[in-house]
Ligand binder design. Structure first.
Ligand SMILES: *Cc1c(COP(=O)(O)O)cnc(C)c1O
Length: 379
């Protein structure tokens, strides 16, 4: 049997036990699809940890110290996800290392209780960023408009009550016309206000702290490719305050030993990755998919390889023309209903475009995708 048609090794479906179809993930590292399928060595580290006991305080302390060394940061705090990392970071600036303040949240014992956020950064990543901030008891002060923030908006918003500025780096955020991180860091610095960067899905673990951010928050299950987990890195005294939150807020966002070890294993693999090799692998998948689809000669369908706006990710763009028998949205629905269910990036479906992301797509799955497209379009 042709391995490629079968979908090869990835045909295995652990979710059959609960009657859910296997997903062919051409959408990317999406939380709603389970983010990352971890490498075998990561799965092995998780499995071993899950079947054993360990001194949890010692485990966290040791792994966090090593993660700080690996990322070049003063300190690191591992959390259950990036959203938890944002809550913990904001809580940390509100409480410092005062245990009484940690336990009092969401009652804030102190005058600094406002978090500034540029309007174009008030994103939803499946939940609203502003809600994560407000959970701590802090108030969000949005500045400017969705399509324009000027330095005077920031200057004018800073008062005695300002606890932090949250800065979002993401394709979800409006990036044009917002203040740059450098501008925000400079103004924050003159007032001694900490800057927290939400870089949940970004690939670079050093650049935001290097640019002067006090804390940077990452998802462990996006670029890093770990199990569900999160990472906060940055200034030592703020990281100490982040860690203390596990005796307060973060208890409701607990990460277990297996995910700590899985995250650590994934981070080590991630840092050893050769960017050129990764880029080559992604390009090969995208080009193979393009060939497989072109080979079907589908009426009204054309393809083009496009690049992500900020990250080195090539994607295949399927353009559904007027002469195609189905509209983009019908095609998306058909792929989703298929077993295995094929999931794509659909931000531009209204404009007749569907994108295929290679990061979680396996090369042996491209032929299946092309075959399903052919079935849907030619009946
Ligand atoms: C995905 C994402 C989050 C949330 O990350 P989780 O680890 O899933 O909690 C937060 N902010 C941004 C910008 C994201 O893209």
């Amino acid at each position: 049997m042709d391995q490629r048609l079968e979908g090869g090794r990835s045909k295995m479906n652990p979710f059959e036990a609960v009657q859910l179809p296997r997903v062919i993930n051409a959408a990317g590292k999406m939380t709603y699809l389970g983010s990352s399928a971890v490498l075998p060595e990561v799965a092995a580290a998780m499995s071993a940890a899950a079947q054993s006991y360990v001194d949890m305080a010692g485990l966290k302390q040791t792994v966090q110290r090593r993660v700080a060394e690996l990322t070049g940061a003063e300190g690191a705090c591992i959390t259950s996800c990036a959203a938890a990392g944002i809550v913990v970071s904001v809580a940390a600036v509100l409480t410092g290392t005062d245990m009484d303040k940690v336990e009092a949240l969401p009652e804030i014992k102190g005058t600094r209780r406002e978090v500034i956020l540029q309007k174009g950064h008030a994103v939803s990543f499946g939940a609203n960023l502003t809600q994560m901030i407000r959970m701590t008891g802090a108030a969000v002060k949005e500045i400017g408009t969705v399509n324009g923030v000027k330095p005077y908006h920031l200057e004018g918003a800073i008062t005695e009550a300002t606890a932090a500025i949250v800065y979002v780096v993401s394709h979800h955020a409006v990036s044009n016309e917002m203040l740059t991180l450098a501008e925000v860091v400079e103004t924050a610095g003159t007032y001694g206000i900490p800057v927290i960067v939400d870089a949940a899905a970004e690939v670079d673990l050093r650049q935001y702290l290097a640019q002067g951010a006090d804390l940077a928050v990452y998802s462990g299950h996006k670029a890093i490719g770990g199990p569900t987990s999160g990472l906060v890195i940055g200034r030592k005294e703020l990281i100490d305050a982040c860690m203390l939150q596990e005796k307060g807020y973060a208890r409701a966002m607990k990460i277990g030993k297996e995910n700590i070890m899985g995250f650590y294993a994934a981070l080590q693999c991630y840092l050893k990755e050769d960017p050129e090799e990764t880029a080559g692998r992604l390009t090969e998948i995208v080009e193979t998919l393009q060939k497989d689809i072109e080979h079907c000669g589908l009426t009204g369908i054309s393809t083009k390889i496009v690049k992500d706006a900020t990250r080195p990710i090539p994607r295949l763009q399927l353009i559904v023309g007027e002469t195609a028998p189905l509209e983009a949205k019908q095609l998306i629905a058909g792929m989703e209903r298929n077993n295995p269910s094929i999931r794509t990036r659909n931000h531009s479906a209204d404009a007749g475009m569907i994108q295929f992301d290679p990061r979680e797509l396996k090369i042996e799955e491209t032929a299946v995708v092309a075959q399903v497209l052919k079935q849907l379009l030619e009946g």
